[in-house]
Design a binder for this molecule. Structure first.
Ligand SMILES: NC(=O)c1ccc[n+]([C@@H]2O[C@H](COP(=O)([O-])OP(=O)(O)OC[C@H]3O[C@@H](n4cnc5c(N)ncnc54)[C@H](O)[C@@H]3O)[C@@H](O)[C@H]2O)c1
Length: 341
């Protein structure tokens, strides 16, 4: 199974849906996106297909069991079959949700996506990880189910709030350390559409090699374990948290060059905020340790796999004990209070 990633213009959206080899199209669209774009997207122009439309609560709100039940019951009641095709229009939350519906309804139907946030264009819509949340945590009910098409239409970015834009930039920053071509595009301040394309293709390539994240795909987790801890402790946007997660890894286990690179890339991507969230405060070692020990990606009780960067484009996964992480944070806690990028 392969995903086709294609750049398209806004005017081609209905045309792409019309080309799907099915007589039944299920559409799940983000509430906010739909209110902004529906006047220019006429679903009546979808020809010779039954169209079933379900509107999702905006963003993360939809990734719950009640909405999951409501969406699947809606589609099942209306009558669908195994060759129906589900189309998602929205950011990463809507594609995680819609992809999970597609993975499970009738034991799995095909799906495609129009990502509408920067983060979903470079990351969330690619790679087939689909999920909803449980009371016990994020993304705990899920599947691997690759989309058939990812149609990237940059017009959607025109209405993206600044905070969502910088969230996507945090993920772009991550790719710069994993792939020299992306690093070079960003440092040369290339067109955003070219950068998005390179990030999406890079993720797609890793996914093809390692769908279930047991090998090379793990490098995509760069900065994420510490990032999630920082995100929850300080309640800051995901991409910004991933950036500080990376910065922490570099400070604690990396090199001076890593820090110089992240500073230059942050500037090139115009990511705001130079002071770390813990600047001039006590560095929260206990809380970070608590979140690290609950991370979904731990594979043993006393250690965690962290992605370290030897140089741009050269990432390695190292297993590091929690004891060692705590020791290194204790040794650096005074210096960390003054940490800026
Ligand atoms: N499956 C994966 O591999 C993967 C990877 C990374 C993140 N994720 C998931 O992605 C989710 C985050 O996704 P996201 O950052 O794309 O945000 P999102 O989907 O949560 O959307 C964020 C907000 O932006 C709004 N929005 C979306 N597109 C818009 C547009 N074009 N104009 C105006 N507003 C718009 C939404 O209504 C929402 O309020 C999380 O649930 C995370 O777990 C999944």
């Amino acid at each position: 199974m392969k995903t086709e990633i294609k750049k398209i213009g806004f005017e081609s959206i209905i045309e792409e849906i019309n080309k799907l080899q099915t007589d039944t199209v299920l559409i799940i669209a983000d509430h906010q996106v739909w209110s902004l774009y529906s006047k220019d997207l006429n679903l009546d122009q979808i020809e010779n297909k039954k169209v079933l439309f379900w509107k999702a609560g905006d963003g993360e709100k939809v990734k719950n069991m009640t909405d999951y039940q409501s969406a699947v019951e809606f589609f099942l009641e209306k009558g669908i079959h195994r060759n129906a095709h589900l189309v998602v229009i929205g950011g990463g939350a809507t594609s995680d949700f819609g992809g999970f519906v597609a993975a499970t309804i009738l034991r799995g139907i095909q799906w495609s996506v129009f990502p509408t946030t920067l983060l979903s264009m470079v990351d969330a819509s690619i790679g087939g990880k689909v999920a909803i949340n449980s009371k016990s945590g994020k993304n705990l009910l899920g599947a691997f189910h690759l989309p058939t098409n990812v149609w990237v239409c940059s017009k959607f970015l025109e209405t993206l709030p600044a905070v969502e834009k910088s969230s996507g930039m945090g993920e772009v920053l991550k790719y710069c350390f994993l792939d020299y071509t992306i690093y070079d595009l960003v440092i040369r301040k290339s067109e955003m559409s070219e950068i998005i394309d390179a990030c999406a293709k890079f993720k797609e390539k890793l996914t093809k090699e390692d769908l279930k994240e047991t090998g090379v795909r793990r490098i995509l987790n760069l900065g994420h374990s510490f990032g999630h801890a920082v995100e929850f402790i300080y309640n800051i946007p995901h991409g910004e948290a991933v950036m500080w997660g990376m910065a922490l890894i570099f400070k604690l286990f990396g090199t001076e060059k890593n820090i110089n690179d992240i500073t230059a890339l942050k500037k090139a991507l115009e990511i705001p905020g130079d002071h770390s969230p813990w600047f001039n405060k006590e560095f929260p070692i206990d809380k970070i340790m608590m979140y690290l020990s609950k991370d979904k990606k731990i594979s043993a009780l006393s250690s965690i796999d962290l992605v370290l960067i030897k140089d741009i484009g050269n990432a390695e996964v190292e297993t590091i004990s929690f004891e060692k992480i705590q020791e290194v944070m204790e040794a650096n806690k005074d210096e960390l209070r003054k940490f800026t990028l």
